[in-house]
Design a protein around this ligand. Sequence first.
Ligand SMILES: Nc1nc2c(ncn2[C@@H]2O[C@H](COP(=O)(O)OP(=O)(O)O)[C@@H](O)[C@H]2O)c(=O)[nH]1
Ligand SMILES: [Mg+2]
Length: 294
Amino acid sequence: MDKLRQGLRKTGSSIAQVFTGTKIDDALYEELEAALLMADTGVKATEFLLADLKQRVKDTKATDPSAVRALLVESLAELLKPLERALVVGQHSPTVMMVVGVNGAGKTTSIGKLTRHLAEADQKVLLAAADTFRAAAREQLSVWADRTQVQIISQEGGDPASVTFDAVNAGRARGCDVVLADTAGRLPTQLHLMEELKKIKRVITKAQAEAPHEVLLVVDGNTGQNALSQVKSFDDALGLTGLIVTKLDGTAKGGVLAAIARERAIPVYFIGVGEKLEDLQTFNAREFAQALLE
Ligand SMILES: Nc1nc2c(ncn2[C@@H]2O[C@H](COP(=O)(O)OP(=O)(O)O)[C@@H](O)[C@H]2O)c(=O)[nH]1
Ligand SMILES: [Mg+2]
């Protein structure tokens, strides 16, 4: 919570500053609009929040700006609420998840953190090193596997789909609860690489009907509106089930979650608030809204 608060301070201070005056007037709303847009809330969510806020101000007959700030917390928390959903495991053996996203978004790091989170809930996890492009990527994942003491399926020079296929079969044979597949970063505009992800997905289904149970997109919260466009593109291509939004420990663009809520409300299972194993939190709409507007 402190890390999130600290991290969102860059976003929050510019918004909170709007409410330091003494009057609720057009100037306040204009400043607020600018601050929300600066925080990458996007035009649609910003318009929605402003209209909703004005209504709340009217309904409550609020007279001072600090009360308006509290009303904005309410409004934002409500907007974000549909994103708040827990990742469910234990209904399939194994639950198969593929993790996708652009380069450097934090996929591999988030898998390490998620592995620890699952291991703490007594889940037996198996990792699949389906980022086969770079040897360093396999090594990075095996470091996380060592740290969290879980098994990993990795092949030198292997094909990403076949590594994943082997991992799902191994997961079943070894009685694992969760198989997590790391994939190589790619841009949604790299069509052949998007096709490769679709192939991985199809191959998972061949190894286990109804799998993958989760297709998780890892997005860097620092990339603002670009994060929203990644959500839309990857969702169109693969049908996402959830998001992990990383790097919220130092961003001026925390408003992007409101944009996601308004334009493509895919659950945010977790947020990343640092580089360490413990820096993964479940997403709580109200806490986030509060931290953002402090
Ligand atoms: N500050 C911060 N850094 C992160 C977070 N998640 C990942 N990173 C860093 O982002 C960089 C890229 O992460 P990596 O997992 O290799 O990205 P990938 O290419 O998507 O697998 C690494 O330096 C990570 O330590 C986070 O939540 N906060
Ligand atoms: Mg990686």
